[in-house]
Ligand binder design. Structure first.
Ligand SMILES: C[S@@+](CC[C@H](N)C(=O)[O-])C[C@H]1O[C@@H](n2cnc3c(N)ncnc32)[C@H](O)[C@@H]1O
Length: 195
C-alpha cells in the first residue's frame, strides 16, 4: 500500500535529508534502516547515496523487501538486538518502527542504537505524538490487530539522553488530513568525543 516515500510530508523529508547530510559529514559509515518494513525508506536512503541495509522483526516484511530490492541487503532482526558490532555504523534510521514497542522496552532499544553507532554517528526517529496507546482492528481494507504507542517528543528526547545521545533537532508538525495525531521526528547523535 505504501510502495515508496512519496507519501512523506515535506517537513519530514527535510529531516531525512538533514540526517543523510549529517551521516555524510560524520563517520561516513553505513546506516541501518531499523524496522525497515518492505524497504521503501531503505530504497529512498540508497537513492540519496547512503550505504544502507534494512532489518525488521517480520520475516514477511523482509521477504517483500528482498523481492522488491534484491540489490539491497535485508535481514530479520530485533531493534533491541541489532546484528552489528559495537560502534560499527554511522546512522540508525528508525522510521515509525519503535512505535510498536512497549514504552518500558525503549531504554533497551535506544541503548542498542547507541551501542552500534560509532562516535559521531546519528539516529533519526519518527513517531506519532500523544500519550497512551491505540489498537487498530481495521486498516488498509483489512482486518488487523495492531498495537501502537504514542509518545511526546519530550519523553523520547529524555530517553535518548538517558542512553547517551544528544538530541540536535526536533520536529513536531500538525496532523495532515488523513492523520489523527501530530507527528514528530527527532535527530540525535552519539558525541564524537566521549571523554
Ligand atoms: C509502521 S511500520 C514502518 C516500516 C518502515 N519503517 C516504513 O516507514 O515503511 C513498523 C515496522 O517496524 C517493525 N518492527 C516493529 N517492532 C520491531 C522490533 N522490535 N524489531 C524490529 N522491527 C520491528 C514492524 O515489523 C514494521 O515493519
Amino acid at each position: 500500500m505504501l510502495p515508496d516515500a512519496s507519501f512523506e510530508a515535506p517537513t519530514d523529508r527535510g529531516m531525512i535529508e538533514a540526517f543523510v547530510q549529517h551521516v555524510f559529514e560524520g563517520t561516513a559509515r553505513p546506516v541501518v534502516d531499523a524496522g525497515c518494513g518492505t524497504g521503501r525508506m531503505t530504497r529512498l536512503l540508497a537513492s540519496l547515496g547512503v550505504a544502507v541495509s534494512g532489518i525488521d522483526l517480520s520475516a514477511g516484511m523482509i521477504a517483500v523487501a528482498r523481492g522488491t530490492s534484491p540489490e539491497l541487503s535485508f535481514e530479520v532482526a530485533d531493534l533491541s538486538e541489532l546484528p552489528y558490532a559495537d560502534m560499527q555504523l554511522g546512522g540508525v534510521f528508525a522510521w515509525y518502527s519503535m512505535i510498536h514497542s512497549l514504552p518500558g522496552d525503549l531504554p533497551r532499544i535506544f541503548s542498542e542504537f547507541f551501542r552500534v553507532l560509532a562516535p559521531g554517528g546519528h539516529a533519526l526517529l519518527s513517531f506519532q505524538v500523544g500519550e497512551g496507546h491505540r489498537h487498530l482492528s481495521r486498516a488498509y481494507g483489512h482486518d488487523v490487530s495492531m498495537e501502537s504507542h504514542l509518545f511526546t517528543p519530550e519523553v523520547i528526547a529524555g530517553l535518548l539522553a538517558g542512553a547517551g545521545f544528544i538530541v540536535i533537532a526536533q520536529l513536531t508538525r500538525q496532523a495532515r488530513p488523513h492523520e489523527t495525531t501530530p507527528q514528530a521526528v527527532l535527530l540525535a547523535h552519539r558525541p564524537a568525543n566521549e571523554d
